[in-house]
Design a protein around this ligand. Structure first.
Ligand SMILES: [Zn+2]
Length: 263
């Protein structure tokens, strides 16, 4: 078994002769791999996969209106099937696990969620296509939305792809139930992050506005001005320097993904 989720995804695309994943139905790959899919109404769950020693079945929530989310969920479950079925762990996936991209957490199930998300990201949007789509374009919430819509892949996965292969330094925070679970940054993001893991987000962050007042900005206002010291540990001279935050919220999961950057 190949243990690199991205290589595995590319080998699947290659096996099926797929060069433009945005133009195929991901469900067809599951059928070709002979994994049955059932569509039912699920509550608080986007999809799951059950295995015994011989068989697997994927169940998908048919109450999801977002085509993009369905595609990402199917791709994620195929990832579990290919990489994790041997240890017969069943996975129940909601938006919080489908948005989990912590590359450092070694907890077994969380690591498997990370791997399934990496697999799904690459299957739906191979890295070379991502690189071509950001060429000479500055980072902005709009760029994330445009790529996500064009390739029919989740916004969160595009944000994390940007931390790995972007052309502009960013840092991403995953905050759930008013607690920062982890952050992840581009290699060239050269600032110190405040010690906020396991704590509520900074009181002057856009993320805190969501958790405290349920504020959700419209698409036009999704690039919000903050200051450098909101999320970062900086010297006195720089605390008021301009920084930006884009906070992507999933109210149903009480989850916020914040991206911060400097223009
Ligand atoms: Zn999962």
């Amino acid at each position: 078994m190949m243990n690199n989720p991205r290589q595995l995804a590319l080998s699947i695309l290659n096996d099926f002769g797929i060069s433009e994943p945005q133009n195929i139905e991901i469900e067809d790959i599951a059928h070709a791999l002979k994994i049955p899919i059932r569509h039912v109404g699920l509550n608080g769950c986007e999809g799951r996969i059950l295995h015994n020693s011989k068989h697997s079945i994927i169940t998908l929530n048919n109450n999801t209106d977002f085509e993009t989310r369905k595609r990402f969920t199917i791709a994620h479950e195929i990832g579990h099937y290919l990489m994790h079925r041997k240890d017969s762990t069943n996975h129940n996936d909601d938006i919080s696990s489908l948005s989990w991209f912590d590359d450092k957490n070694q907890h077994k199930v969380l690591k498997q969620e990370f791997e399934a998300n990496e697999f799904a990201s690459e299957l739906l949007l191979p890295t070379d296509m991502f690189a071509a789509s950001i060429q000479a374009k500055p980072f902005s919430p709009n760029l994330i939305r445009t790529i996500s819509d064009h390739f029919r892949v989740s916004r969160t996965s595009v944000i994390h792809r940007f931390t790995e292969h972007g052309n502009h330094p960013i840092c991403v925070f995953y905050t759930r139930n008013n607690k920062v679970h982890y952050w992840r940054k581009s290699e060239d993001f050269r600032y110190y992050i405040k010690g906020i893991t396991k704590l509520p987000p900074p009181s002057d962050s856009v993320c805190a506005e969501f958790f405290n007042d349920n504020t959700i900005y419209s698409v036009e206002d999704s690039k919000q001005e903050i200051v450098k010291s909101t999320w970062l540990d900086v010297k006195d001279d720089f605390v008021d320097d301009v920084f930006y935050e884009f906070c992507l919220v999933h109210s149903s999961a009480n989850l916020a993904i914040s991206v911060i950057w400097e223009d």
